[in-house]
Design a protein around this ligand. Structure first.
Ligand SMILES: NC(=O)c1ncn([C@@H]2O[C@H](COP(=O)(O)O)[C@@H](O)[C@H]2O)c1NC=O
Length: 523
C-alpha cells in the first residue's frame, strides 16, 4: 500500500449529506451541485436539497431499504458503509466495490442529533434517549477512519473549506487527516455527553454520596497563553462550553489574560459571588487582600481596597453586580490587573479604557453550588463546592460559646466575616468591621501566625472589629492574640478537644464567641 502524501488530492464527485443542523446547507449543496458533485442524502436533508430544486438521491433509493423505526435506521446499510469505508488505495477494495455494485463516497457531511441540548431542556428520559444519534456517529467515524479516501465534514464552519477545495481538485491528504481528527473529537465529545448522562445509572447509591461511577469531560483549546505560572512554563486555556464560566468571559479591553490572571479572577469571582448584597473581592495570588459588601459596588470596592491598599496594587477585582462609573473611577486610580463583572454600566468601560494595562472581562454570574474537580497524579478529586449557602451561614444556627449575645450590628459583621474568611486559603483569620475585611491572615501553616498577620494588617482597626476563623482553634494562643488586639467578638467552628481553653480566654477578656459547627478549609 502506498502511503498517502500531502499531494494526494481526491476529487469530490460523490457526497453523502446527513445533517441535523441544516445551517449553511443551502450554500454548500448549491456549490457541490454546481461543481458536478452527485448528492446522496437522508430524509430531512434530502427534502431540503430537493426543495432547492437540486437533484438528490435519497439514501433509501440507494439502499433499496426504507428509512424506518422513526429514523433509527437510515444510513445503517452496507451500501452506505461500504461506500464510505472502502480504502481506495487497495485494488482489492476497489474490485470488491465493483463486484458489489457499490459506489464510493468522496465526501461525507454530517452532524449529530442535539443530545446535549435535549438533556438541558429538561426533556423526558425517552426523549433524551431518542436523541442519541447512532447512524450519524457510525458514518462519521467510518469516514474519519477512511480519511485516506474520504473527506469528513462535521461542522457548518468547514463548509467554506469544502467550497474552496472544489476549486482546487479536492482536499489534500493532510486536510482530510485534519478533518478526520475534528470528526473524532466531535463523536468523542458526543459520547462523553451520553456516557456522563447515562453514568448516573452506574452510581453506587448505597454510600448515599451520589457521585457518578465515571467522570468524563472534554475541553477544547481556546488559547495558547504567553506562559504559565512562570515564564519558563508554557500554558494554554481550554474551554468546556457545557459549563460556561470564566473561560467563556468576553474581554472588553486590555492585554491578553495570563495564566495567573485566570487563577486569580476565578478566585475573585468565587469570593464576590458568595454574597447576596453588592460585593467586591480584590485578589492576589488566589488570596483576598480585601473583601467588602456595600450599598453599591463603589462603596464595596472602596472598603475592600481600604483593607490592604499595599497588597491591592496589581490585584484582580471581581464584583457580583455591574461595575458602576463611580467604581470604575476608583479602580482607575489603582494599578489593577483584571476586573471581572457580570456587566458594566454605561460609561464604566470608557473610564477604565484609559488604563491600557487593565483587562476588563464580562462573565456570566457564577452559578452557586455544583462540584469542583482537582487533578492529582493518577487521579482526580471531586467535591461539592464549598462556600455557597453552606450550613452554618445563618447566625441563628450558631451556638453562643461565651459572652453576651451579640447586638444585631455585631452579629451582621460576624456573619460577613464568617462568609468572607472562606475565600482565604487556610489557615484563615479574617477581621471585619461594618461589612468589610480590615485584616486578613491566610495561607499559614499554623493558626497563630494567621492571627498575628490579621492583627498586624488591621493595625488600629483590629480594636472593635470581629474575627472569624475558618477552623477551630487548637489552643488558646491564637485567639489570645486577637483578644489582646481588642476584637469585640469571635466566630469559629468550635469542636476542638481544648475548646475550653479558648472559651476561658474569651471569657476572661469579656469577649463574645460563637461556634458555627462547620468549618471552611480552603487549600
Ligand atoms: N439511524 C441512522 O441510520 C442515521 N443516519 C443518519 N442519522 C442522523 O440523521 C440526521 C439527519 O437526518 P435528516 O437528514 O433526516 O434530517 C443526522 O443528524 C444524522 O446523524 C441517523 N440517525 C440516528 O441514528
Amino acid at each position: 500500500m502506498t502511503e498517502s502524501t500531502q499531494q494526494d488530492r481526491i476529487a469530490l464527485r460523490r457526497a453523502l449529506v446527513s445533517v441535523y443542523d441544516k445551517s449553511g446547507l443551502e450554500e454548500l449543496v448549491r456549490g457541490l451541485h454546481d461543481a458536478g458533485v452527485e448528492l446522496v442524502s437522508t430524509g430531512g436533508s434530502a427534502r431540503l436539497i430537493g426543495e432547492l430544486g437540486l437533484p438528490v438521491t435519497r439514501v433509501e433509493d440507494l439502499t433499496g431499504f426504507p428509512e424506518c423505526l422513526d429514523g433509527r435506521v437510515k444510513t445503517l446499510h452496507p451500501k452506505v458503509h461500504a461506500g464510505i469505508l472502502a480504502d481506495r488505495r487497495l485494488p482489492s477494495h476497489v474490485a470488491q466495490l465493483e463486484d458489489l455494485g457499490v459506489e464510493p463516497f468522496d465526501l461525507v457531511v454530517s452532524n449529530l442529533y442535539p443530545f446535549t441540548d435535549t438533556v438541558a431542556s429538561g426533556a423526558s428520559q425517552d426523549e433524551c434517549v431518542e436523541q442519541i444519534d447512532i447512524g450519524g456517529p457510525s458514518m462519521v467515524r467510518a469516514a474519519a477512519k477512511n480519511h485516506p479516501s474520504v473527506a469528513i465534514v462535521t461542522s457548518p464552519e468547514r463548509y467554506a473549506d469544502v467550497l474552496a477545495a472544489l476549486g482546487e481538485g479536492g482536499f489534500t491528504y493532510e486536510q482530510r487527516k485534519r478533518l478526520a481528527a475534528e470528526a473524532f473529537v466531535h463523536t468523542a465529545s458526543y459520547d462523553v455527553a451520553v456516557a456522563s448522562w447515562m453514568g448516573s445509572v452506574l452510581t453506587d447509591t448505597s454510600d448515599g454520596a451520589g457521585f457518578p461511577a465515571w467522570v468524563g469531560g472534554t475541553w477544547e483549546r481556546d488559547a495558547v497563553l504567553r506562559y504559565g505560572e512562570n515564564p519558563h512554563q508554557s500554558a494554554a486555556l481550554y474551554r468546556n462550553d457545557l459549563t460556561p464560566g470564566l473561560a467563556q468571559a468576553e474581554q472588553l479591553h486590555g492585554k491578553e489574560m495570563s495564566y495567573n490572571n485566570y487563577v486569580d479572577a476565578d478566585a475573585a469571582r468565587r469570593a464576590a459571588h458568595d454574597f447576596d448584597e453588592p460585593a467586591v473581592a480584590i485578589i492576589k495570588h488566589a488570596n483576598p487582600c480585601g473583601i467588602a459588601v456595600g450599598a453599591d459596588v463603589a462603596e464595596a470596592h472602596r472598603r475592600a481596597h481600604e483593607c490592604d491598599p499595599v497588597s491591592a496594587f496589581g490585584g484582580v477585582i471581581a464584583t457580583n453586580r455591574p461595575v458602576s462609573v463611580e467604581m470604575a473611577r476608583q479602580v482607575a486610580e489603582v494599578f489593577t490587573e483584571v476586573v471581572v463583572a457580570p456587566a458594566y454600566d454605561e460609561g464604566a468601560v470608557e473610564v477604565l479604557q484609559g488604563k491600557k494595562n487593565v483587562r476588563l472581562l464580562v462573565a456570566e454570574p457564577l452559578e452557586r453550588g455544583g462540584v469542583e474537580m482537582r487533578p492529582i497524579s493518577g487521579g482526580l478529586l471531586v467535591q461539592e463546592r464549598d462556600g455557597v449557602d453552606a450550613d452554618g451561614d445563618d447566625p441563628d444556627s450558631w451556638t453562643l460559646a461565651t459572652g453576651e449575645a451579640a447586638s444585631p450590628e455585631v452579629l451582621a459583621d460576624l456573619a460577613f466575616a464568617w462568609k468572607a474568611c472562606r475565600a482565604a486559603k487556610s489557615n484563615a483569620i479574617l477581621l471585619a468591621k461594618d461589612g468589610a475585611s480590615v485584616g486578613i491572615g491566610m495561607g499559614q501553616v499554623n493558626r497563630v501566625d494567621s492571627c498575628r498577620l490579621a492583627v498586624d494588617r488591621a493595625g488600629e482597626r483590629a480594636r472593635g472589629s470581629v474575627a472569624a476563623s475558618d477552623a477551630f482553634f487548637p489552643f488558646e494562643d491564637g485567639p489570645q492574640i486577637l483578644l489582646d488586639a481588642g476584637v469585640a467578638a469571635i466566630v469559629q467552628p468550635g469542636g476542638s478537644v481544648r475548646d475550653e481553653l479558648t472559651i476561658k480566654a474569651a471569657e476572661a477578656a469579656g469577649v463574645t464567641m460563637y461556634f458555627t459547627g462547620t468549618r471552611h478549609f480552603a487549600h
